[in-house]
Design a binder for this molecule. Structure first.
Ligand code: AMP
Ligand code: ZN
Length: 115
């Protein structure tokens, strides 16, 4: 999508600090990290939010959840200590970038509940 910053990152049109990439998915460091580990996991294709996923995305979402997230968590050293996975969605969810992304946050003891 033309004006989407995460589409541009996925296409390598703007630089980012990638931690993972395959044909369907990219993951890169958040520029405003909230913890020692803070990466964003995105589908390379433009999907506005969780609510825009449909039945045709089952393979993609299974890939993200069953393969990509565990792999990244292990590689970044938080699989054993634990981490948080967040998908801010829409206005009240404080989604600021309208390209589906999962925050993977860890590397310290996180507080709960969120504000
Ligand atoms: P959200 O509020 O869930 O939409 O989160 C968007 C996230 O994207 C924020 O944590 C930002 O710090 C992060 N972000 C924005 N622009 C970039 C960028 N160019 N590279 C990496 N992370 C970014
Ligand atoms: Zn996009």
């Amino acid at each position: 999508m033309a004006d989407c910053i995460f589409c541009k990152i996925a296409a390598k049109e703007i630089p980012s600090n990638f931690v993972y990439e395959d044909d369907l998915v990219a993951a890169f460091k958040d520029t405003n990290p909230q913890a020692p580990v803070h990466v964003l996991i995105i589908p390379k294709k433009h999907v506005k939010s969780l609510l825009e996923l449909d039945g045709s995305d089952k393979e993609l979402t299974a890939h993200i959840f069953c393969e990509v997230i565990p792999k990244i968590a292990a590689e970044l050293g938080v699989a054993e200590s634990g981490f948080r996975l967040v998908a801010n969605t829409g206005k009240d969810g404080q989604q600021t970038v309208e390209h589906l992304h999962f925050h993977l946050i860890g590397g310290r003891s996180l507080t709960w509940p969120p504000g």
